[in-house]
Design a protein around this ligand. Structure first.
Ligand code: DO4
Ligand code: MG
Length: 278
């Protein structure tokens, strides 16, 4: 089942049928444990609305209202290698190797909800940075009681030169206007997402492909539950929270994003998050 936050309200897609929820408050709708079963019961009381199937992309909002967005880092080998390389001159490489092996994961605050971009929106590169990449990530939706209730796609935009200069600059490399995109929907399966699901990213410049990468989510070193438990250990989230689970795809060091680039991130079962760079 997929839940869309749209200009018309909350739209539920289930088995190729579309329903408009009578609930208009996104936070009330999503922040429930056992979300799949509860929504399934609700749609049994609703009539399908075929007109919702062709809703234009511009009507789809980011699947968020009052939730904070957090992120995990160095959860895939590729991220560990890229970070060690970019920070070696600053003497920071060892920290990434250590956090990859450590029991405690790296968790950082990524975005307040008002800073989050949905599909079709514009992500940004910082004006004081020369080396920027998108990070395609599986994102967990965790309800206020701590259970993983759904998934979406995330782009953890990152300034590699700022982060590489000194790991203490991480919040500036990661948190700025237009640095976080999630969407297009909240995917709420009956069981946990298929561990073989692939994450794919393509970047187009002037209609030509300049980068493509893919990885399956089971290449992540940590479990989704472990990350969610660490996040909720000392923090409460009254409306639930989103947690980006880290990137396993990093473009070569010669690559940097440019204004006008189109970034498409697809995760099997969820859909495609598409954003243009400004
Ligand atoms: O440690 C820096 C950030 C790591 C990150 O965002 C990732 O691995 O996805
Ligand atoms: Mg990341």
């Amino acid at each position: 089942m997929k839940i869309y936050n749209t200009k018309r309200g909350i739209v539920i897609e289930h088995l190729n049928e579309y329903f408009l929820s009578p609930e208009s408050d996104w936070d009330v709708f999503v922040n429930r444990s056992g979300l799949f079963r509860k929504v399934l019961e609700e749609i049994h009381t609703l009539d399908p609305e075929p007109s919702l199937s062709g809703q234009p992309r511009r009507d789809i909002l980011a699947p968020i209202s009052k939730q904070e967005v957090w992120a995990s880092g160095v959860t895939y080998l590729r991220s560990r290698e890229a970070r060690m390389e970019e920070s070696k001159d600053a003497g920071g490489g060892d920290f990434y190797a250590r956090v990859y092996e450590a029991k405690r994961p790296e968790l950082f605050f990524k975005a307040a909800p008002h800073r989050v971009i949905g599909t079709g929106g514009t992500v940004r590169i910082r004006k004081d940075s020369k080396w920027n990449v998108p990070e395609p990530e599986l994102v967990l939706f965790i309800c206020s009681s701590g259970s993983i209730e759904g998934y979406t796609i995330g782009n953890d935009m990152s300034s590699r030169d700022i982060e590489g200069e000194n790991p203490l600059y991480l919040p500036q490399a990661k948190c700025y206007d237009g640095s976080a995109a999630i969407g297009p929907c909240l995917y709420v399966p009956e069981q946990a997402i298929d561990p073989k699901a692939m994450i794919r990213i393509s970047i187009d410049r002037s209609h030509e492909s300049v980068f493509y990468g893919e990885i399956s989510i089971d290449r992540m070193k940590r479990t989704q539950t472990e990350l969610a438990e660490y996040l909720f250990q000392e923090l409460s989230f009254p409306h639930g929270a989103f947690l980006m689970t880290g990137t396993g795809i990093v473009p070569p060091d010669t690559f940097t994003l440019r204004e006008g680039d189109v970034i498409k991130i697809t995760i099997e079962h969820i859909g495609t998050l598409e954003n243009t760079v400004a």
